[in-house]
Design a protein around this ligand. Structure first.
Ligand code: ADP
Length: 401
């Protein structure tokens, strides 16, 4: 049974077609880019590793989806014979506001709700809606679902999610902390509990999703009770190009000195800061590690700052939950960067962690314990797969299993 997973941006459509029978498999994936520009481009790859690229104008998302269908149906690089083989479409949706506590089937009511909270995610939700409407045009009879980055965090208590702003800001604008990466935090916590044969409802888990964007979540007895991203994904950890936590006064100072408009300031904190801005070298952890190894002091400091902030949040969340049983490292950096893990878990024995530094070396892209057997709190690397979560949720919502 095939499920099409879509992540629609304002000028792009990322897609994966997954066969969701007993052993899920990616049949094809790709991206349509430069939608709305004079020339668009589709890059496609199937499970046989055959690649295909085409350039053609893509004036809107409906044309983009038609192009995806052509690629999936193509005699050479395609993977299906008829669009009827696509049984459901699952959309990654950035923001579900306070409406969605879990993934949802897309009916008129759900679409209206997603539309009504566009000002909470002005860059993302409108683009997702374009994708949903394009599917209605091209595959009108195929059921659609929405899987939200925010919904897993809707269990946070108000003491975690409220900002100390005038209360009317919450009432008027729904200004509060929402958190993101929810599908990944939930997925890796459940996967780790499956591997360890643990009941998630009895455990205190801290999940560190460290990719280009990064967030940490405190999961107590299966529920998110705090997370580091807030109203927007800028809050929390230092990231590839985002500041993470920053004194608001510093931002006002910069805006005044550099004469930045609101939109310039927004672009500054999202795109010009973090590891990239500070190192003036790269946002990519591999580049920074290589430079640091060659003696670049700024790169070394960037890595130290990055790890320091992860460590700080782990300590905070252990305090929030009155302890921790398991810390999970996931995302490109969490899964692969031995150096970051080494820095984070150095001197963490106060939490009952006996970190196996030897095993940590060279450990990449695996689901593995990296603490000794008698470690009271455990540390694991767990590989995440957000598209698979979207496809699994979609299958469950549409077909009930
Ligand atoms: P995204 O948030 O875009 O999905 P990823 O989860 O793929 O990002 O993470 C990208 C980050 O992972 C980059 O900073 C990259 O340098 C880092 N990364 C990937 N592989 C390694 C590696 N072997 N060692 C260190 N960092 C790595």
């Amino acid at each position: 049974m095939n499920v099409l997973v879509l992540n629609c941006g304002s000028s792009s459509i990322k897609y994966q077609l997954l066969d969701m029978s007993d052993n899920p498999e990616v049949k094809a994936k790709g991206i349509v880019e430069r939608i709305g520009l004079p020339m668009g481009i589709l890059s496609h790859k199937n499970y046989r590793d055959e690649k295909y690229e085409t350039e053609t104008p893509v004036p809107n998302h409906t044309v983009g989806i038609k192009l995806v269908m052509e690629a999936l149906l193509d005699k050479n690089h395609g993977v299906i014979n008829s669009v009827d083989e696509i049984k459901a479409v699952g959309h990654r949706v950035a923001h579900g506001g306070e409406y969605f506590t879990e993934s949802a089937r897309l009916d008129a009511d759900a679409i209206a709700k997603i539309e009504s909270i566009c000002d909470l995610a002005p860059l993302h939700n409108p683009a997702h809606l374009l994708g949903m409407r394009a599917i209605l045009d091209v595959l009108p009879n195929v059921p659609q679902t929405a899987v939200f980055d925010t919904s897993f965090h809707q269990t946070m208590p108000p003491s975690s999610y409220m900002y100390p702003l005038p209360y009317k800001m919450y009432e008027q604008y729904k200004l509060r902390r929402y958190g993101f990466h929810g599908t990944s935090h939930k997925f890796v916590a459940e996967k780790a509990c499956d591997i360890l044969n643990w009941n998630i409802e009895e455990k205190k888990i801290i999940t560190c999703h460290l990719g280009n964007g990064a967030s940490i979540t405190a999961i107590k007895y299966g529920k998110s009770v705090d997370t580091s991203m807030g109203f927007t994904p800028v809050e929390g950890l230092m990231m590839g190009t985002r500041t993470g936590d920053l004194d608001l006064g510093a931002l006002l100072f910069i805006m005044e000195k550099e004469k930045l408009s609101v939109s310039e300031a927004n672009s500054f904190i999202n795109k010009k800061c973090g590891s990239n801005g500070f190192s003036e070298l790269s946002s990519d952890m591999r580049d920074l590690e290589a430079a640091s190894n060659e003696g670049n002091e700024r790169a070394k400091l960037t890595l130290d700052m990055y790890a320091h902030r992860v460590k700080k949040y782990i300590g905070a969340y252990a305090a929030v939950m009155n302890g921790v049983d398991l810390i999970i490292m996931t995302g490109g950096i969490g899964e692969n960067s031995c150096h970051t893990r080494k820095l984070v878990f150095n001197d963490m024995d106060y939490l009952g962690i006996k970190f196996n530094f030897e095993k940590n070396e060279g450990l990449r892209a695996k689901d593995e314990l990296i603490t000794y057997e008698d470690s009271k709190a455990k540390v694991m690397t767990i590989t995440t797969n957000e598209e698979l979560v979207i496809a699994m949720d979609t299958k469950r919502i549409v077909f009930g299993s």
